[in-house]
Design a protein around this ligand. Structure first.
Ligand SMILES: [Cu+2]
Length: 282
C-alpha cells in the first residue's frame, strides 16, 4: 500500500530529525565534520538560545503531527467512497473559537521566551572589560581599550601551515584572548564593507558595519578555544576570515596583557597601517 509507505517514511524522517539532529544533547566543543544540531553552549545567552530551540522543536513537531492526523482522518473518513452524502453543516461556534484561541496561545507561549531572549542579548549587563572587533577585507582586528590599547590582527592560517589538531578554515594566527567568567562587551565595526562577528557557542552574531558601532556581550563559562566565522557576505575571501576566541583563566589573561603591552609598537602596528590605508581610500 503506497500510502502506508509514504507515512512510514515521514515517521522515519521525523524520528531521525528528533533523535539525530534536532535536539541538542551530544554537543561538540568545536565544529566537526558531519556534526548536527547546535554546538555546546558556553555562555548564559547560548544556554537560553538552545532551550528556546529545543522548545520550538517540540512545538513544531506537535503541530505538524496534529495537522497530519487531521488530514488523515479527513482522507479516510470523508472521501467520496466512505462518505457519499456529505453533511451540509457550515458553522460550529465551539470549533471556530478553539481554532482561533489555541494558535494564539501557542504563539504567546513561543513569544514570551523569544522576547526574553532578545532582551537578554540586547541589554548588556555591566561589563568588566571591552574588546573592539573590527572587520577588514579579509581578516579581523581586535583592540583592547581597557588594557593599554593592545591591538592585534587575526588572519586565517592557510591549509599548508596548519598544525595537527587545528581545524581547517577555522584557525587564525591570532585569537581574541579573554578571561573566563568575565562579562565582556564587544564593540563591533568594520573598516571597508559590512562583515559580521559570529561565535556560535557564545550565541553571538552581530553585523560589523563601517562607520557604525554595534555592541554585543558574552560571559564564557569554560576555558578553551571557540571558533566563529564572518557571517556577512563581504567579498571573495569572505569564507576565509575565521574568528578565534581563546578563553583563558584570569591569571593567564593578566600575563597575556602584560606581555602584549611589553611588545607593543612591534608587529601589531599592522592594524594602524590598515586603518590608515582604509581612511586614505575613502
Ligand atoms: Cu567578512
Amino acid at each position: 500500500m503506497r500510502f502506508s509507505n509514504g507515512f512510514g517514511l515521514f515517521v522515519a524522517a521525523l524520528a531521525t530529525g528528533l533523535l539525530g539532529g534536532g535536539f541538542v544533547s551530544a554537543a561538540h566543543a568545536t565544529p566537526v565534520n558531519g556534526g548536527m544540531g547546535l554546538q555546546e553552549a558556553v555562555t548564559p545567552v547560548m544556554h537560553d538560545l538552545t532551550a528556546l530551540h529545543n522548545w520550538l522543536l517540540i512545538a513544531i513537531t506537535a503541530i505538524v503531527a496534529f495537522v497530519l492526523l487531521l488530514l488523515i482522518i479527513v482522507m479516510v473518513r470523508f472521501n467520496s467512497r466512505a462518505n457519499p452524502t456529505p453533511s451540509k453543516t457550515t458553522h460550529n461556534t465551539l470549533l471556530e473559537v478553539a481554532w482561533t484561541v489555541l494558535p494564539v496561545m501557542i504563539l504567546v507561549a513561543i513569544a514570551i521566551p523569544s522576547f526574553r531572549l532578545l532582551y537578554k542579548e540586547i541589554v548588556i549587563p555591566e561589563a568588566e572589560m571591552t574588546v573592539k572587533a573590527v572587520g577588514y577585507q579579509w581578516y579581523w582586528g581586535y583592540e583592547y581599550p581597557d588594557h593599554g590599547d593592545i591591538e592585534l590582527t587575526s588572519n586565517m592560517v592557510e591549509d599548508a601551515d596548519l598544525e595537527p589538531g587545528q581545524p581547517r578554515l577555522f584557525t587564525a594566527d591570532e585569537a581574541m584572548v579573554v578571561p573566563v567568567g568575565t562579562t565582556v562587551r564587544v564593540i563591533v565595526t568594520a573598516a571597508d564593507v559590512i562583515h559580521a562577528f559570529a561565535v556560535p557557542q557564545f550565541g553571538v552574531k552581530i553585523d560589523a558595519v563601517p562607520g557604525r558601532l554595534n555592541e554585543t556581550w558574552f560571559r564564557a563559562e569554560k576555558t578553551g578555544m571557540y571558533y566563529g566565522q564572518c557571517s556577512e557576505l563581504c567579498g571573495t575571501r569572505h569564507a576565509f576570515m575565521p574568528i578565534n576566541v581563546k578563553v583563558v583563566t584570569k591569571e593567564e589573561f593578566q600575563a597575556w596583557t602584560e606581555q602584549r603591552q611589553a611588545n607593543a609598537g612591534g608587529a601589531d602596528g599592522k592594524v594602524k597601517l590598515a586603518q590608515a590605508a582604509a581612511a586614505e581610500a575613502r
